[in-house]
Design a protein around this ligand. Structure first.
Ligand SMILES: Cc1cc2nc3c(=O)[nH]c(=O)nc-3n(C[C@H](O)[C@H](O)[C@H](O)COP(=O)(O)O)c2cc1C
Length: 227
């Protein structure tokens, strides 16, 4: 598969077939994901591929109420939710068809523990080097040593016909997830990626802002000319 096509069609898949994803496929994806850039090449990331039905079911039980809270806020058009430290959590969505996507996402959440694989992306944060901790705002840089590898993994799975959904809601239950899966004290959870063979064809077009809205030349707001 061409890289362009994988990047254009690697969506958040909401419906999966029940077939398991072979370990060779998961291994092959990891084999490619590991080439992601990361600070100091310290490779802080580890993946736990959860295939065991009992473990997935427990993760699904924890996931659903977290989704229900954020879904209720999104449906009500609520203001951003307050979080510790004055940080706000946005509830805005940018879906093309909000009612349909919310229904699909709700279905996905109710079946969270039954999707074929839940990939827990783990990171040793002591192996990151966040350069933005003194700026008086939420630190973002540490994640830059983690999420490129997670995205690489999704692309490498997509290239093998496996769909994924990147999720972060369950990170709120990190202590429970760590205990369940035997994740060491010094390791954190960064996201949970659902993976499996899609029940519906991969989309041909994902809804995103046009490149002209995203790309500036030299100065912020000075739009880069398109072709
Ligand atoms: C940082 C991040 C957090 C996300 N968290 C969740 C989540 O907790 N639950 C969920 O169902 N989808 C989650 N998503 C998936 C997004 O909703 C999805 O990527 C977005 O709506 C685009 O979907 P599309 O590629 O199908 O157009 C998350 C995606 C990202 C990148």
């Amino acid at each position: 598969m061409e890289l362009d096509e994988a990047m254009r069609t690697q969506h958040a898949c909401r419906y999966y077939r029940d077939d398991p994803v072979p370990d060779e496929v998961l291994y092959r994806a990891t084999e490619l994901a590991r080439f992601a850039p990361n600070g100091g090449n310290r490779c802080a990331v580890r993946f736990v591929f959860v295939r065991d039905a009992r473990l997935r079911s427990q993760l699904g039980e924890w996931y659903l109420p977290l989704w229900e809270e954020v879904a209720a806020a999104a449906r009500a058009g609520a203001a951003p939710l307050a979080a510790a430290g004055g940080q706000l959590k946005s509830t805005r969505t940018g879906f093309r068809d909000p009612a349909r996507t919310m229904a699909d996402t709700d279905n996905f959440a109710r079946r969270f523990g039954q999707h074929p694989v839940i990939i827990v992306v783990c990171a040793d944060l002591a192996e990151t080097h966040p350069t933005d901790t003194e700026l008086g705002r939420l630190s973002i840089v540490g994640g830059a040593s983690v999420y490129p590898m997670a995205q690489n993994l999704c692309l490498a799975l997509r290239a093998q016909g496996v769909a994924t959904t990147f999720t972060t809601l369950l990170v709120a239950r990190e202590p429970d997830v760590k205990e369940l899966l035997g994740i060491p004290e010094h390791v954190s959870t960064a996201c949970h990626i659902v993976a499996g063979y899609p029940a519906r064809p991969f989309p041909r077009h994902l809804h995103r802002p046009e490149a002209t809205q995203l790309a500036f030349a030299d100065y912020y707001g000075n739009h880069l000319a398109g072709p």
